[in-house]
Design a protein. Structure first.
Length: 255
């Protein structure tokens, strides 16, 4: 079997500037998770349908995020309870391009994900200045009520559909940490199909043919439920058991 790098080198590249046409900041997301050992085979199967983002000749890009929540993890609890009209708040660094953003993600009651962001100099552990004003203008949240709760690191492959407005992000080598603990899930790949509206996707068809079903708790919720003692996680428990099993046993099926 070819390596991930071998297959990615076959795909035609797309630049960050060209990606502007498929930002998809207001979109429908569909998530999948599978063993990262399957990734070369999956990439080979869809190589004719997608281009791959290349940044300074890198096709596997490093991401670093710092998430914010209230001291009692209100944003996490809203997700756990299945609330719509909820937020995620974070700083994010795109390592290879040396770009930093303060980002707000909103999940609407219509199932759409809306992301808004502003550029910044670096990741900060408090929300102040332009970021504070941006948060105030875009949400009903107060920066004074939010604190840094978790760092997340991973590598990402970004695929862009050749024929329709669609991106697929594939994250692997995930790790989470806070001031008390650290959690790594090196054997998992988390894929997300991002579209203007939910339509048939070559990647989605590939997942279906391999009996990989839609659905995955967010990286943020997975990290918090893994690191923080005492937070509610009963609604996530079946998925957490499956994810931990898959991470421990590379050949396990996720169905």
């Amino acid at each position: 079997m070819n390596s991930i790098a071998d297959v990615l080198n076959i795909l035609d590249p797309i630049s960050l500037k060209e990606m502007d046409s498929v930002k998809l900041m207001d979109r429908v997301d569909t998530k999948y998770v599978f063993s990262s050992s399957k990734l070369p085979l999956f990439l080979e199967a869809i190589k004719d349908s997608y281009r791959v983002l290349a940044v300074n000749e890198h096709r596997v890009i490093n991401y670093q995020s710092l998430y914010f929540d209230t001291k009692d993890y209100e944003l996490y609890r809203q997700h756990h309870c299945g609330w719509m009209n909820r937020y995620k708040v974070r700083f994010r660094k795109y390592v290879e391009s040396n770009l930093n953003f303060f980002e707000i993600k909103f999940k609407s009651n219509k199932g759409r994900t809306v992301k808004k962001r502003i550029s910044c100099r670096q990741i900060e552990e408090i929300i102040s200045g332009n970021e504070r004003e941006f948060l105030k203008g875009k949400t009903d949240l107060s920066a004074a009520d939010l604190c840094a709760v978790m760092w997340t690191n991973y590598t990402r492959i970004t695929l862009v559909n050749r024929y329709s407005p669609e991106r697929v992000t594939i994250d692997s080598n995930l790790s989470f940490r806070n001031e008390r603990a650290e959690k790594s899930i090196p054997r998992l790949a988390v894929a997300e199909v991002k579209q203007e509206k939910s339509v048939k996707s070559p990647f989605g068809r590939l997942m279906k043919s391999n009996r990989i079903r839609e659905g995955f708790i967010s990286k943020y919720c997975f990290g918090i439920s893994s690191l923080v003692e005492g937070v509610k996680k009963n609604n996530f428990k079946p998925r957490l058991i499956q994810l931990n099993k898959l991470n421990q046993h590379d050949t396990a099926n996720f169905e």
